[in-house]
Design a protein around this ligand. Sequence first.
Ligand code: FES
Length: 71
Amino acid sequence: MIVCSCNAFGDDEINAFLSGIPDKRTSVKETYKACSNGKKPHCGACTQHTLKDMVDEHNKGIKAPDDPPAP
Ligand code: FES
């Protein structure tokens, strides 16, 4: 499925990137850069919807460095 029509990449590229960093949080910007071979977004639609949703899902449950320790 195509996620970014401006720079032509899809969920396969996004899933490949995210599965390569299973224990590391990431950002939409970092993921976009990796999946588009360093290109910048044009319209930005994917960064506010599908790509953002996939990154948010990936980051769920991964502890951020500044998260407080569990009680
Ligand atoms: S759809 Fe991704 S930048 Fe336009």
